[in-house]
Design a protein around this ligand. Structure first.
Ligand code: KG4
Ligand code: ZN
Length: 337
């Protein structure tokens, strides 16, 4: 019997995406359209605009993913979609589309967790999930998760206020760098001096695995009027260093305390080169390895969701068509391990 073909849809925020996977290890096709340009006018994601965009883009990405995979809709054996966490009205579009397809084609449906997608994205292409500590650093979340294997996760810590990506976006907005802020701030930081401004490393030594980035953002806000336009690269570099410093320190510490030898980094902030460079160095000093999600799978995409779907289908799971969406991250994903 050949491995099943699974279609996954992702519409939790401002990317509309679809992907087809065969079995767990063979990603056959993936398509993503970003709405960043549409939301840039407003300086951030507007939920109603996002859901209306998903509605107009979803058919196109499904067609593109199927065609990249070289398969037709009737060959798909499982339909799946992200049902949370994310923007409620945006989640509804992908979930309804996947449920509609499952219903029409009389095939099973699988509800997917967006965080699990990010968490497992460094392992796309692998049959099994290794033991590791996952650092999920996206626009909406900053989490440290102890991973014992597929579906066996324990939440170690999370941000108590802004997510790391959110802090990048908010500081970039203060500095009028545009949206999305992360990549633009990193670009600006490239010519700056990271030790020029002494910015807070909130909760770095808090003794737990939690984070806080809103004080750092406020510190930049108060510092800004005292600087010159020419100081901007130094300000960006100093801000980036403060975020990276805390993320690196806490991820390495969490791996050490959990007895895991691997740190798996995912989410949009995982694209940040300074984070990559510093984490690899710090981990190596403690004999730890680091695996980053491939750049294409760092920001939102459906390939990571298809990978979760295939893994869950392999372990015998499916969902009912009455399954609701869940905008916030609950405790369901984290079972005692
Ligand atoms: O994973 P993602 O699509 O967000 C959520 O699912 O929430 O990642 C988007 C986030 C944004 O906050 C963006 O500014 C940030 O990732 N980001 C970066 C970089 N590229 C994207 N942050 C820092 N450095 C980057 N190079
Ligand atoms: Zn995401």
């Amino acid at each position: 019997m050949s491995a099943p073909l699974v279609l996954a849809l992702e519409t939790s925020c401002d990317e509309t995406a679809a992907a087809v996977i065969e079995g767990v290890a063979c990603l056959r096709g993936s398509a993503v359209t970003s709405q960043a340009a549409v939301h840039a006018v407003y300086g951030g994601v507007v939920p109603e605009v996002a859901s209306r965009q998903h509605l107009t883009q979803i058919r196109g990405v499904v067609t593109e993913a199927l065609s990249a995979a070289g398969v037709g809709l009737t060959q798909i054996e499982v339909f799946s979609a992200t049902t949370g966490p994310g923007l409620a009205s945006a989640l509804l579009v992908g979930a309804s589309a996947a449920k509609g397809l499952a219903l029409a084609l009389e095939k099973p449906f699988l509800a997917l967790n967006h965080i699990e997608g990010h968490l497992l994205s460094p392992f796309i292409g692998a049959e099994d999930i290794p033991e590791c500590v996952g650092l999920v650093v996206s626009g909406g979340h900053t989490l440290l998760i102890d991973v014992a294997g597929m579906g066996r996760y324990r939440l170690l810590g999370r941000t108590l206020d802004d997510a790391a990506g959110e802090a990048f976006d908010k500081v970039a907005k203060l500095l009028e760098l545009g949206y999305p802020g992360g990549p633009r701030l990193e670009e600006e930081a490239r010519s700056g001096h990271p030790a020029r401004f002494d910015l807070p490393r909130s909760m770095k030594c808090s003794g737990d695995h939690d984070f806080s980035f809103s004080g750092l953002k406020t510190a930049v806000r108060y510092l800004l009027p005292k600087t010159q336009p020419g100081d901007r690269p130094d300000l960006c570099a100093s801000f980036q260093e403060a975020v990276v410093d805390v993320l690196v320190h806490k991820a390495v510490r969490a791996a050490g305390l959990s007895g895991r030898r691997l740190i798996a980094v995912s989410g949009g902030v995982g694209l940040n080169l300074r984070l990559r460079e510093r984490l690899v160095c710090a981990a190596a000093e403690d004999g730890l390895e680091v695996r980053f999600a491939a750049p294409a799978w760092c920001t939102d995409n459906a390939a990571m969701m298809a990978y979760v779907a295939a893994q869950r289908w392999k372990s015998g799971q499916s969902s009912g068509l009455e399954e609701d969406i869940f905008p916030t991250l609950g405790a369901d994903l984290f079972k005692a391990i």
